[in-house]
Write a protein that binds this ligand. Structure first.
Ligand SMILES: Cc1ncc(COP(=O)(O)O)c(C=O)c1O
Length: 454
């Protein structure tokens, strides 16, 4: 088995429980606050937006939470996802490192997002919910929730960041195929959208704005709940099926990672692959270096402030402590739409504060160059978001080459790029330029952070 390329688990090995890192942390993350009272929110504050089962998961301290059988049944459509050893890439790089990637692009919509979409749709259906609103950047999350909505008979309305809506018409078609409604954001349908359009009718949109629109619709309609594709504790926890499977697959390979790499938009695919390994480390297991990769144009972990902020631009959400660029920060329209979020998951932010993870930012041209190199070696075209992780893993492998060290590198190839070929076309024609955020805009957005005394 020394030359095995794919490590594949049987369906019976789909994890039976999600892993909750909260149970193993040396200290809990700061509480979520009510924006009016600045006091910790309780379950009832969140009840207009989420079903109680998900709210209880959000605040749970239990190490493991059972995955309901109907959810595992749907996971069978694509899980366990394969773990690949990137032997051809290793050869191209002439690195002594062993590179593994967990390939989440095998899911029905092409990314890790259905791992939580199916779970969230299930708990909503159990609570009798008939309609869910959400936002989407790249379209992967919107597609995933639309797919899950189709399976559970729930109506889905997706506010899609306008720049991505224009860049990726086939994502919209996919959502509509699953029966969902997809609207470009900012839209005239909501107060939040109208307020933005009044100032700039050509606004490119952002995840922060799309979240405001979706939350507003859910908060003002009794029959509608809201679902978020990243950031929240329960969403990150649903993604831990990825890392749990990887642990079993690396055991088959007789290996264990020295370095784990993931891209970070809101933090969910990164958490999915990394948290089970960090948890093992916190319980006395082997230490791993964990590196989060983000775009230089939207660098919340590397340039943001660790502070209480709103999760959305319209200030409808509670306050969470996270690395943030400021809720009014609008990232330039670069091609990794899923990474255009002003904040970061509170749990990922907390881990960085605890020194348990590192972060690094790259420009989009260098991540596309890495993605093309990966595609030519491994035959998979990564999503632009995933290219950030590819670049991070390649850099680590090249460092191993320079240092003559045969380390084991694991990264999350969180999605394929089959709906992102315009981005690749732009890259090949030299149109995909590196984007810098405006220092003045960042300063202004940070100046608007809500004041919260400890
Ligand atoms: C393929 C892909 N990767 C990554 C992300 C970023 O989200 P997260 O950081 O929650 O994994 C997205 C978001 O849309 C995505 O579509």
């Amino acid at each position: 088995m020394t030359d095995t390329v794919k490590f594949v688990l049987d369906e019976s090995r789909i994890p039976k429980r999600w892993y909750n890192i909260m149970a193993d942390l040396p200290s809990p993350p700061p509480p979520v606050l009510h924006p009016g009272t600045k006091q910790p929110v309780g379950p009832d504050d969140l009840a207009p937006l989420f079903p109680m089962a998900l709210i209880l998961q959000e605040v749970s301290g239990e190490r493991e939470i059972d995955i309901p059988e109907p959810v595992r049944d749907i996971y069978r459509q694509w899980r366990p996802s394969p773990l690949h050893r990137a032997r051809r890439l290793e050869k191209v790089l002439q690195t002594p490192a062993r590179i593994y990637y967990k390939y989440e692009g095998v899911s029905p919509v092409g990314s890790h997002k259905p791992n939580t979409a199916v779970a969230q749709a299930f708990y909503n259906r159990e609570a009798g919910v008939r309609k869910i609103t959400t936002e989407t950047g790249a379209g992967q999350w919107g597609s995933a929730l639309s797919f899950a909505g189709a399976l559970f008979g729930i109506e889905i309305k997706v506010f899609m960041v306008r720049v991505s809506y224009n860049q990726k018409p086939y994502r919209r078609a996919m959502m509509e195929t699953f029966g969902a409604k997809c609207i470009p954001s900012p839209s005239p349908e909501t107060n939040s959208g109208r307020a933005i359009l009044e100032k700039n009718k050509d606004h490119p949109g952002s995840l922060g704005i799309a979240i405001s629109e979706a939350v507003e619709v859910a908060a003002t309609n009794d029959d509608t709940k809201y679902a978020l594709g990243s950031v929240l504790n329960h969403v990150l926890m649903h993604q831990t099926v990825v890392g749990q499977e990887a642990i079993a697959q690396l055991e088959m390979a007789g290996d264990y990672p020295d370095i784990i790499v993931g891209c970070t938009g809101g933090g969910s695919n990164f958490a999915g692959i990394a948290f089970p390994f960090i948890g093992a480390q916190l319980r006395g297991g082997k230490k791993v270096r964990v590196v989060a990769i983000e775009p230089s144009a939207c660098p919340s972990l590397t340039r943001g402030r660790y502070a209480y902020d709103f999760g959305d631009t319209g200030h409808l959400t509670p306050l969470v402590k996270m690395h943030t660029l400021g809720s009014t920060f609008t990232p330039t329209p670069f091609h990794a739409g899923g990474l255009r979020y002003h904040g970061m998951a509170p749990l990922v932010s907390h881990l960085q504060e605890l020194g348990l993870i590192e972060s690094k930012a790259y420009q989009q041209s260098e991540v596309f160059s890495a993605g093309v190199q990966f595609a030519r070696a491994e035959g998979i075209v990564p999503a632009p978001e995933a290219n950030h992780a590819v670049k991070g893993a390649i850099d680590e492998a090249l460092r191993c080459k320079t240092e003559g060290k045969a380390k084991t590198i694991l990264f999350n190839l969180c999605g394929h790029g089959h709906f992102d070929m315009q981005a690749y076309t732009d890259y090949f024609s030299g149109k995909l330029v590196d984007q810098q955020y405006e220092e003045a805009e960042l300063a202004m957005a940070l100046a608007g952070l809500p004041s919260v005394t400890a």
